[in-house]
Design a protein. Structure first.
Length: 316
């Protein structure tokens, strides 16, 4: 007897595949729905043939066909890196709107709990620091990042509408920068970009002067936070991320040191609407269920570097 059935859209992605492992290890059945636009079959190949894992290859923006029992719907399908959503702007908007609508409709039909993977990008280039859930954000809807930012903002609005109008038990998490094994080496985000560059002895691309700040949460800490939110009574947005902030230049220099690379910094023009600061206020998660990140940056980076080392060097 399983603990329940968890359907994860985007289940072959970085976070989705780690969630699949998490729930299967705890006695749940996992239904992974993915069209592999940005997800990877290698992330879930170890689950192939597992009796508690089922893969449905489908674009959730078109439909979600699943006839069996579903107790939890976790909507993680979406391009998430700047490279991906700039290359796929319309699919990004569609999965935020149509994909969210389809996932919510499935949860409503199955009387399942729904969880939306939103993002710190809903805060845009923030004028409030650190960012609390009560902050409405500073987003340019027609800028290059708008396709991702507004897709997630719309997804939050639709999720809350299903909660208030249909009484759906719906959760919203706002994910801040997360890293770890199963990220793609060159997906446009700082940590995989820097590690890949160091392992190939190439220059590290740092935008602007590198003084912009980010905070980085290791994947196992994020997964623990998602679990807490899913089984909580909270229906309003919850920030999940690491409140320890650092500059991008400091991050680059840390990765150069940890990999023993001779790579140099390659300063490049700052992208349009690139946030100057980013740090979560996690008071709500801390007070609600005592959650906060446990993995320090260097520990998380070591495991991430080890993961990338074989993959990047094998591709040289």
């Amino acid at each position: 007897m399983t603990e329940g059935v968890v359907l994860i859209t985007g289940g072959a992605g970085f976070i989705g595949s780690n969630l699949s492992d998490h729930f299967i290890a705890r006695g749940f059945k996992v239904v992974c729905v993915d069209n592999f636009l940005t997800g990877s079959r290698s992330n879930i190949e170890h689950l192939s043939g597992h009796p508690a894992f089922e893969l449905i290859e489908q674009n959730v923006s078109d439909r979600i066909d699943y006839q069996g029992r579903v107790d939890y719907v976790l909507h993680f399908a979406s391009p998430a890196s700047p490279i991906d959503y700039l290359q796929h702007p319309i699919p990004t908007l569609k999965v935020g709107a149509l994909g969210t609508h389809n996932a919510l409709g499935l949860a409503k039909a199955k009387k399942a709990v729904f969880l939306l993977a939103s993002t710190s990008e809903v805060y845009g280039d923030p004028l409030v620091h650190p960012q609390k859930e009560s902050y409405w954000g500073n987003v340019n809807p027609v800028g290059p990042r708008g396709v991702y930012d507004e897709a997630k903002r719309f997804a939050e609005a639709m999720t809350m509408a299903y909660h208030t109008y249909h009484g759906l038990d719906a959760k919203i998490i706002r994910i801040f920068n997360t890293y770890g094994p199963r990220m793609r080496p060159r997906d446009g985000r700082a940590i995989p970009e820097f590690i890949a560059a160091c392992l190939k002895s190439e220059p590290l691309p740092v935008f602007g002067d590198g003084s912009q700040t980010r905070s980085f949460c290791y994947i196992s800490d994020l997964i623990a936070g998602i679990h807490h939110v899913l089984f909580s009574k909270l229906n309003e947005p919850v920030n999940l991320g690491n409140p320890k902030e650092m500059t991008i230049l400091d991050l680059a220099q840390t990765i150069i040191r940890m990999t023993g690379s001779r790579s140099k910094i390659d300063y490049r023009p700052l992208p349009v609407d690139d946030p100057k600061v980013r740090r979560p206020d996690i008071s709500k998660a801390r007070e609600a269920f005592g959650w906060e990140p446990k993995v320090d940056l260097e520990t998380g980076l070591r495991s991430t570097i080890d993961y990338f080392r074989g993959r990047v060097q094998a591709s040289v």
